[in-house]
Ligand binder design. Sequence first.
Ligand code: ZN
Length: 316
Amino acid sequence: MKKYSIGIDLGGTKVLIALVNKETGDVVNWVKKKTKKDKGPKNIIRKIIEGIEELLLESTVSIDEISSIGVGAAGQVDRKNGILIAAANLDCYDLHIKDKIQEHYNLPVFLGNDVEIAAIGELKFGAAKGYNDVVCIFVGTGVGSAIVKSGEIIKGSTGTAGEIGHIIVDLNGRPCSCGAHGCLEAYASRSAIERRIEGALKKGRYSIILDYMENGKSITSHMINKAIEQGDELVTQCVDEAAEYLSGGIASIINFINPQLIILGGGLIDAVDYFYQKVIKKAKARSLPVPATKIEFRKAALGDFSGVVGAAFLER
Ligand SMILES: [Zn+2]
């Protein structure tokens, strides 16, 4: 068996491309490209190919030692045909990623979604190693999840299983990017917290986060954490509210799926331990007594690399 694969994590603002040793899960080397400004299918494919070229140039591993290229994209995917059906953040629709990459490299190319690859990474070499029934939940711009049952990712009949962000937590609630109202994502994502903080600031509330936002900087997870550490009332209140909703969503998942383990990851979880601790405590308290006694929680362990490591293991 060839020892290496290329794993690609195609997110809304950046693409991370890595050469992964499949035996050890180690990232041999990696390249990161921003996709914020140059969106659209042509730019995205160009960045991926440029990234792979740089990766190969800087490495001592030759293309003959590479078994496949795996891509996980933030959007809806057609795994069978390797087509990115829709990725609004990248302004890409009906993009034939597999065919486009295979025009350049004579290697099998596999496509999955971004949450799926992060979950595979955690399952193979991260916090979920050794577990069979796991739900991985990632909190950042949105809230995404992947369900692992008997060691396999559940994809669902249309390939969209695991959309925890669109569980409805308030029938007449806030509008969501999906078009519905009251989805968990509109309450518990980093973007939702940002919107709450910004709304309150506009109404004249004070927060120390204003000092960190000088020169028009937008709110980041690190700013949120710093404000909480300073005992900031507004930011703490907004994060507490998000933790209430997320813990409710997770309690529902615990009752419904009864997993052994829940992995929490993503920018907000990585940066704000206060949020993580609050969410797991409340999720346990809100679950039914029997599943609540057994459930374990862990933070994702591979950080930014969980996606590329997982993508290296994508297969048909
Ligand atoms: Zn929604």
